[in-house]
Write a protein that binds this ligand. Sequence first.
Ligand SMILES: Cc1cc2nc3c(=O)[nH]c(=O)nc-3n(C[C@H](O)[C@H](O)[C@H](O)COP(=O)(O)OP(=O)(O)OC[C@H]3O[C@@H](n4cnc5c(N)ncnc54)[C@H](O)[C@@H]3O)c2cc1C
Length: 330
Amino acid sequence: MKERNYDVAIVGGGPAGMSAAIYAGRARLKTVLIEKLLPGGQLLSTDVIEDYPGFRSIIGRDLARLMEEQIKDFGAEIQSDTVTGISPVDADWLVRTESGAEYRTQTVVYCPGGTPRKLGVPGEKELTARGVSYCAICDGPLFRDQVIAVVGGGDSAAEEGIYLARFGRKVYILDNDNKLEASPLLQELVFAHPRMEVRFNNVVEEIGGVGRVEWVRLRNVKDGSVSKLDVGAVFIYIGFEPNTELLKGKVQMDERGYIISDSRMRTSAPGIFAAGDVRAATTRQIINAAADGATAALQAYAYLQERRAPAPIAARRVAKEPTIRKKRAA
Ligand SMILES: Cc1cc2nc3c(=O)[nH]c(=O)nc-3n(C[C@H](O)[C@H](O)[C@H](O)COP(=O)(O)OP(=O)(O)OC[C@H]3O[C@@H](n4cnc5c(N)ncnc54)[C@H](O)[C@@H]3O)c2cc1C
């Protein structure tokens, strides 16, 4: 397989990667963005976005499409492939993909986001795509007029629960705590919705059904009581696991596997920048991912400039000295 040479290879085409591609392309860096699905990342599983400046309300996939068009305007290449390995080669990096392609690159912007956290209860795996889902936009319309359970109490659970209430005849939010963690505005919408109900202090212990989801078994963490709720679908929103396995042992991470980077998105490995949801101590929102991507691309540019700059005068003098001495001796 022929090796291709790049200034920047971007791993993941969510808002972080797309923003990095816009900035790197605009800085005239030879850039490739590698995305395993479609450019957009989590934007593609988000219905309405109301908190991205400049858009009072925009559908996630529309924002993704606009970002992709902007990348093309500035000439970065987009490859549809899965990155399977990142390893050092001399002072560069080699990015390998599932299709066998190899990209030799001076810098990497690593932004593959996260994977939805699983509940890990009996029935979840067996009934995934048979009523168990992690994406309301993708699967919500399949459950028209049914009773739907949403597991979780944060912004995603509340937001996607509200979306699911367009289809379901009833939507239960199942929260393991005694209060929602979602923002006050989302909480207001949930509590005011005529077809939504929050069941606090309830954990899902099992998901059951023959060939498709038919019920969930719940345990009340306060009094220990067990109950069964008949539902046609279970949507799970209990957080994300960062997709950082490709850089394990190569860059510094925190105890939860998130990448530690500085305010310039630099990781502990020279030439590798992290952006978006994979970063430790970030606010996991589109605007932050986009900002991280922009910073990472501009810092990759600065890193390349530094690499290409002639050595400082003192260093050049030292390097030249043997030649000068040789001439004098002659
Ligand atoms: C349901 C839901 C609703 C949300 N609503 C909002 C909202 O209203 N406002 C807001 O600001 N934020 C919202 N968020 C959060 C926001 O979407 C994320 O913070 C943001 O998308 C993170 O961007 P990212 O680029 O870091 O990662 P992602 O968006 O996760 O993108 C990562 C990309 O990398 C790709 N990838 C992963 N591994 C590889 C690999 N090995 N090779 C190639 N490609 C790979 C993935 O396919 C994916 O496309 C929401 C999230 C969800 C799930």
